[in-house]
Design a protein around this ligand. Structure first.
Ligand SMILES: Nc1ncnc2c1ncn2[C@@H]1O[C@H](COP(=O)(O)OP(=O)(O)OP(=O)(O)O)[C@@H](O)[C@H]1O
Ligand SMILES: [Mg+2]
Length: 500
């Protein structure tokens, strides 16, 4: 331990029923530095941070803050010790206002213990101004976007004057512009001597902001080094325990007839005159900035949002708009972007969640064929490496990335003709991403089709046959594989098709 060490954990172990989540983990963080924690889905990253934040108690091991041994038995205690955490899964009270959420649990008071609202208002305004955030203190949290909620969490950490700030995948649902804002904020906090622990699966981010990198594998720290002593390949190899091939598992597949034709599709959620088609065996991408209208188009197409108009033809037959039932009957399914809200039933087990949408396959003479169900679920979970004690564990106890994989397995098992994927690899580790791309390839080789929305350009460029680019609710460009480049896509995404 050096003088600069502000947080240190030693020999921490933690087990849950059926899993050893952390196994003798030691790790320390210096003030004025960004320490990145990497590891596959289920490696134990969130668990370690929840222990530091007092949400979980370790089975063994100790924690030192500024050199002193402490027992962190609650998040309140963690707060008193100068620790603040921004969670992977944002939880908030929709009816609370910004100022209430900033001061909840530590209200400034006046005589007789009355809450001092005017102090709250002026402190909130001061904070918002200092951090350059254009919010109104009275705005309710339910009116904020996910990314604004994330910025507010960061503000909360700052307002508590925390010395140690933990960020668990903070950029999973914010736009590139907001990522830049966040990175400036982090640089600023670091310059003010704060210690930041940062968890991410995005390699480019990790290398931009890390001072140090620690790698967790199967609940153990396998390596800690300064960023300069690492490169991306070595981080990945240490994470997954083997070298991963470069590139994308893309194969040439013959394209057949159009299976999905959408004409002049418009909807109240903000997309206009959208026309596109997807052919048999094709992977078609939708690129664009956050807010371009891609998710909205897909949701309306699948039937999740009402009120859209235009023409949708599936295999040449006109389909009813705005009906999930009709979409599914036509062989179309959608993996939605907000998995927590639309994807899983946390208290039910993995098996039930995976087969939820395809139970009919497993009935024989009116009986559920258990062995067959278990085999199918085991197979698909193995393919994309879902880490869990057994297929009978509740989905809610799986790590964030593994929950995502369960949702993906569910839709893959449905065996649809047209698969709509909205940000399919968000929050998923590099090794499992590669498996998902392979599944996509084998899927289209069976003459099926995929429509993929993604904010990760390399993934679109690597996997798609054609890409449509959207901006401001309209399609601004269509590119064939030979024309793909990040620059061209970005120009269309900003609606500036001509260079210069
Ligand atoms: N409350 C819990 N009950 C049971 N098991 C749990 C619980 N929390 C975590 N686990 C298990 O502990 C292991 C580590 O999970 P953790 O959430 O720390 O992973 P992670 O590294 O954050 O992964 P991800 O990248 O997917 O977020 C997993 O096997 C997970 O299933
Ligand atoms: Mg996690």
């Amino acid at each position: 331990m050096t003088q600069d060490t502000v947080l240190e954990v030693k020999h921490i172990s933690k087990s849950f029923p059926g899993v050893k989540a952390l196994d003798d983990v030691s790790f320390s963080v210096r003030r004025g530095s960004v320490h990145v924690l990497c590891g596959e889905n289920g490696a134990g990253k969130s668990t370690l941070m929840k222990i530091i934040n007092g949400l979980y108690q370790p089975d063994h091991g100790e924690t030192l803050i500024r050199g002193e041994r402490v027992k962190i038995d609650s998040p309140i205690k963690a707060g008193e010790l100068g620790i603040s955490m921004i969670f992977q899964e944002l939880n908030y009270t929709p009816e609370m206002s910004i100022e209430e959420s900033l001061f909840a649990g530590r209200w400034p008071t006046r005589s007789l213990g009355r809450i001092d609202w005017s102090a709250i208002r002026s402190k909130t305004l001061q904070l918002l101004q200092q951090e350059n955030l254009p919010f109104d203190p009275e705005t309710k949290l339910k009116a904020l976007s996910i990314s604004n909620l994330q910025m507010l969490e960061i503000l909360k950490a700052i307002s508590r004057d925390a010395d140690i700030i933990i960020m668990d995948e903070p950029t999973s649902s914010i736009s590139n512009k907001e990522i830049e804002t966040l990175f400036h904020k982090i640089a600023d906090l670091r310059a003010r001597g704060k210690a930041i622990v940062y968890i991410s699966h995005k390699m480019d981010e990790i290398f931009r902001i890390a001072d140090e990198i620690s790698i967790l594998r199967d609940g153990r720290v396998v390596e800690t080094r300064a960023r300069a002593d690492f490169d991306i390949d070595s981080v990945i190899a240490l994470m997954v325990g083997r070298a991963l091939g470069h590139g994308y598992p893309k194969e040439e597949v013959a394209h057949g007839e159009p299976v999905l034709e959408v004409e002049r599709f418009s909807g109240p959620t903000g997309f206009r005159d959208v026309s596109f088609r997807v052919r048999e065996g094709e992977i078609v991408g939708f690129a664009g900035l956050v807010g371009a209208g891609r998710t909205e188009t897909a949701r309306a197409l699948f039937g999740l949002d009402p009120g859209a108009h235009g023409t949708i033809k599936v295999r040449g037959r006109t389909s009813k708009i705005g009906s999930v039932q009709d979409s599914v009957a036509c062989g179309m399914v959608m993996l939605s972007e907000d998995r927590r809200r639309f994807g899983i039933v946390p208290v039910r087990d993995v098996k039930e969640n995976v087969t939820l949408a395809s139970l009919a396959q497993f009935f024989r003479n009116g009986h559920l064929h258990n062995a067959m169900e278990r085999k199918k679920v085991t197979d698909i979970c193995e393919r994309i490496n879902v880490r869990m004690p057994t297929i009978d564990s509740p989905v809610g106890t799986l790590s964030g990335g593994n929950q995502q994989k369960v949702v993906l397995s569910k839709w893959m098992l449905c065996n649809p003709d047209i698969l709509i994927l909205d940000e399919p690899t968000r929050g998923i580790d590099v090794g499992a991403k590669f498996e998902i791309y392979k599944l996509m390839t084998s899927f289209v080789k069976e003459r099926k089709s995929i429509l993929m929305i993604s904010s990760e350009l390399p993934e679109l460029i690597g996997m798609c046959d054609r890409i449509y680019v959207m901006a401001g609710g309209r399609i601004t460009g269509e590119l064939a594989r030979a024309e793909f480049s990040q620059e061209t896509i970005m120009r269309y995404a900003m609606n500036m098709p001509k260079a210069g």
